[in-house]
Design a binder for this molecule. Structure first.
Ligand code: SAH
Ligand code: SF4
Length: 396
């Protein structure tokens, strides 16, 4: 059973059509201080004021300038005339029977006034809560088993839109520090959202600068303060950016491997034709910061009759020899029109046993939120369905 919590109808949209005011979300501290020049803050005060505003935005999670009570009313008014805080709007919020939540978000209008949508998923587990966020609208790559890959329309998300996803999730979970403090039974550790994975729509390494800026903000100790060890960037294998990602972004790394020979992987992840398995694994061996304490996750989607034999399993462990690795076996999540099927459960268990025997803890990722199409690789279809529903509701 699923519950639809919200629709745009009863949620006040945050964007006014043709609003020229830029958002403050996604700016670095230095950029924020510079922005304050526009509202007449004298140079000597800018750093201090930027620090205060940063605290309100990212530590307290306020959505209105009027809530920034240690800032003079006059300055708050000028801020409000000149900027918006600017999270994505929530179109729908669904809760699966297993507690997984999925939001369909509508982004601020782009230069042409178009409003793109992305989906975001929160997966609660006993000892953690993981938020899966997107880095692009659609994806320019065309992995044959991935629903997002069939979606043509692409633009990079801005840094503010990437951070904005985390902020909308914190709003929805009511876990800003002052909300947690007011709770009778607060979550241990003071937060529900303990981990972030860049595993929604898009290839994060094709939106490097914005992903980097956003992760800097999300991990900033005076704000959302999520450790980079609890953030995982998943890539389909953009080899030339991997070392840089380790040096400059510094999060945990996940690689969408899915095949153990170039022939199979070329079919599943066409980017493999450009950066074959060997080059990809060399980049992993050299990933700055990889160690036994900070292993690289290898994602492997189980596709019936394609990549799921015991030979595949043995080749997989051989390929990963010498890399501090974790293996994540993902049952394929089907979507309408796909040519693939998920491997049988026995086959997955046999595969997992071989991988385990080679010394890898290889949890099979239990599909979560399938009833709301929130599982890996299913993102996209719901937004189209919702659009269709909205069109119907609007009489066309
Ligand atoms: N573009 C990045 C991150 C987004 S995809 C990447 O490819 O790594 C996140 C993960 O979901 C990837 O491992 C991807 O291979 C996997 N995935 C995509 N479609 C899937 C499907 N239908 N079933 C299961 N996993 C899927
Ligand atoms: Fe893009 Fe990742 Fe999907 Fe491939 S698996 S099409 S890289 S989102």
């Amino acid at each position: 059973m699923t519950t639809l919590l919200n629709t745009l109808g009863n949620e006040a949209p945050r964007y006014i059509p043709n609003d020229p005011r830029p958002t403050l979300l996604g700016l670095t501290r230095v950029e924020l201080a510079e922005a304050l020049a526009r509202v007449g803050v004298p140079e000597k005060q800018r750093r201090m004021r930027a620090g205060q505003i940063w605290h309100w935005l990212y530590h307290r999670g306020v959505t209105e300038f009027s809530a920034m009570t240690n800032i003079a009313r006059e300055l708050r008014e000028r801020l409000d005339e000149t900027f918006i805080i600017g999270r994505p709007d929530i179109v729908t919020e669904q809760v699966s029977s297993d507690g997984t939540r999925k939001w369909l978000l509508r982004l601020a209008p782009d230069e042409r006034g178009a409003r793109q949508e992305v989906e975001m998923v929160y997966i609660p587990e006993e000892d953690r809560g993981t938020l899966c966020i997107s880095s692009q609208v659609g994806c320019t790559l065309t992995c044959s088993f991935c629903h997002t890959g069939t979606q043509k329309l692409v633009r990079n998300l801005t840094a503010g839109e990437i951070v904005g996803q985390v902020m909308v999730a914190r709003d929805g979970l009511k876990e800003w520090p002052q909300q947690i403090e007011a709770m009778a039974n607060p979550p241990s550790g003071g937060r529900y959202l303990t981990n972030v994975v860049l595993m929604g729509m898009g290839e994060p390494l094709y939106n490097f600068d914005n992903v980097k800026a956003a992760m800097e903000i999300v991990s900033d100790g005076e704000g959302i303060s999520l450790s980079k060890r609890r953030i995982t960037l998943s890539t389909s294998g953009v080899v030339p950016e991997i070392a840089r990602a380790g040096e400059e972004i510094g999060t945990m790394l996940a690689i969408s491997l899915h095949g153990t020979t170039d022939e199979i992987r070329n079919r599943l992840v066409p980017l493999n034709k450009k950066y074959p398995i060997r080059e990809l694994l060399d980049a992993c061996r050299n990933y700055p910061g990889a160690s036994n304490a900070r292993r690289i996750t290898f994602e492997y989607v189980m596709l019936k009759g394609v990549n799921d034999t015991p030979e595949d399993a043995r080749r997989l462990v051989k390929l990963l020899a010498g890399i501090p690795a974790k293996i994540n076996l993902i049952p394929f999540n089907p979507w309408p029109g796909t040519q693939y099927e998920c491997s049988d459960w026995d086959t997955i268990e046999r595969f997992a046993a071989i991988v385990n025997k080679a010394g890898y803890a290889s949890p099979v990722r239990t599909p979560r939120g399938r009833d709301i199409m929130a599982a890996c690789g299913q993102l996209k279809s719901e937004s189209q369905k919702v659009r269709a529903r909205e069109r119907l509701a609007a009489g066309g």
